[in-house]
Design a protein around this ligand. Structure first.
Ligand SMILES: Cc1ncc(COP(=O)(O)O)c(C=O)c1O
Length: 394
């Protein structure tokens, strides 16, 4: 059964063209392929939607959460990610984005500094700036097959309160190793900093690699680590706004609870029902999804490696790739505009707004779609690159 879940005919463009807004199918003309927002084109596991339908058929939607949600999350984190988190230290929130914001609101004050890796997803900076704190960019450099972290300490000042970690990393698609996260945890301990640890991408890790969460180092090194996770990526539930914030120490839990309680009220019972069903019943779906994505990843890498003016990397994780297009001579925004106008394929530009100042020269492509749509998108990009090559923009 799982084999058919991600066949070409499972992508329902009729529904996506009505519902998938935000740079996706409902926001682009019919002849255009959006490989943009990191939101899968496949429907989620049927067990999840069935559970929500059954819940609604019971008709009562009272105050209060769904019993067993925190326990389900605790088991899921332990069994699939080797993270030991007490159910009482898990706070359901209405999305990872809300979780990041709650963490920033709880722990930062105006004038504080938070170290944000650059490039990285925009939500870290958004959360830090929302509180009036300052983001201090630390270059995300992948060099000789590993993250460069040796000078991270020199970015810490008396005003630094937090290090923001995105593991697995969006948009670069690499994992932090045990040594990497231990280095970060020890620095945080030395300077008494908080770690805001975003694990939303931890479901999407390819078979040659193993995810190592900072939480797997245990509570001693994570006294001041607060993590968040969401179901938008690994369970294709972006619109459900389902996620959680969690910690391993009472100190961290107490610090974030005072703000996060407001967000708990924001996660509705239908979403909690869907989240519980996903965690308990949709593991098989997620495994098949990752296997499908691995095929897509290989195809993107192999195709980009043969195209002119674009430099690909092979992702270890996530379902986005972030190729270097600087050889085209175009800015990332110009490249995206060209591909959209002439080739009818949309990507996300590597602008400061989306990913930070060091993202320039790159574009992000989401490949959580069918093989057929991906192939057509890549064909269009390839033709566009040949046009640019002919125009001699290099
Ligand atoms: C690193 C990261 N954190 C958080 C989010 C947002 O997650 P959610 O849909 O749960 O708000 C995203 C979405 O792309 C992301 O890439």
């Amino acid at each position: 059964m799982a084999a058919n879940l991600f066949s070409d005919d499972q992508v329902n463009l009729e529904v996506l063209r009505q519902r998938a807004i935000g740079m996706r199918w409902a926001s682009v003309p019919q002849d255009t392929i959006p490989l943009t927002a990191a939101d899968p084109d496949f429907p989620p596991a049927r067990e999840i939607t069935d559970a929500m339908i059954e819940f609604l058929q019971g008709r009562y939607i009272p105050y209060g959460g769904i019993p067993g949600v925190r326990e389900a999350m605790s088991r899921f984190l332990l069994e699939r990610k080797n993270e030991r988190i007490d159910p009482d230290f898990i706070i359901p929130v209405d999305s990872a984005a809300a979780g990041l914001q709650a963490i920033a609101c709880a722990l930062l004050e105006p004038g504080d500094e938070a170290i944000v890796f650059d490039p990285v997803d925009l939500l870290f900076g958004v959360s830090v700036r929302y509180v009036g704190a300052t983001e201090v960019f630390y270059p995300s450099v992948w060099q000789d097959g590993r993250w460069k972290l040796d000078d991270l300490e020199s970015y810490i000042t008396p005003k630094t309160k937090m290090i923001c970690l995105c593991n697995p990393h969006n948009p670069m698609g690499y994992l932090y190793t045990r040594e990497d996260v231990e280095h970060i945890a020890r620095l945080a301990q030395k300077y008494n900093l908080w770690i805001m640890n975003d694990e939303i991408w931890s479901d999407i890790v390819y078979s040659e690699h193993t995810y190592f969460s900072i939480n797997s180092l245990g509570p001693e090194l994570n006294r001041r680590t607060i993590s968040c996770y969401g179901l938008s990526k690994g369970f294709a539930l972006a619109g459900l706004r389902a996620g959680c914030v969690y910690a391993q120490s009472q100190e961290a839990l107490d610090a974030v609870s005072k703000i996060a309680n407001g967000h708990v009220h924001g996660m509705d019972s239908v979403a909690q029902t869907g989240m519980k069903a996903a965690l308990e019943k949709a593991g098989y779906w997620q495994d098949a999804f990752v296997a499908h994505l691995q095929g897509n990843r290989d195809m993107v890498y192999e195709r980009f490696s043969r195209m002119p003016l674009i430099k690909a990397t092979l992702q270890q994780c996530t379902f986005v790739t972030f190729p270097d297009i600087s050889a085209t001579g175009l800015s990332s925004q110009e490249f995206v505009d060209f591909m959209q106008k002439e080739q009818k394929v949309v990507l996300v530009p590597g602008t400061k707004f989306w990913f930070g100042p060091r993202a320039e020269g790159h574009v992000r492509l989401c490949y959580a779609t069918s093989r057929a749509i991906l192939k057509e998108g890549l064909d269009r990009i390839e033709e566009g690159l040949h046009k640019l090559e002919k125009r001699g923009r290099v």
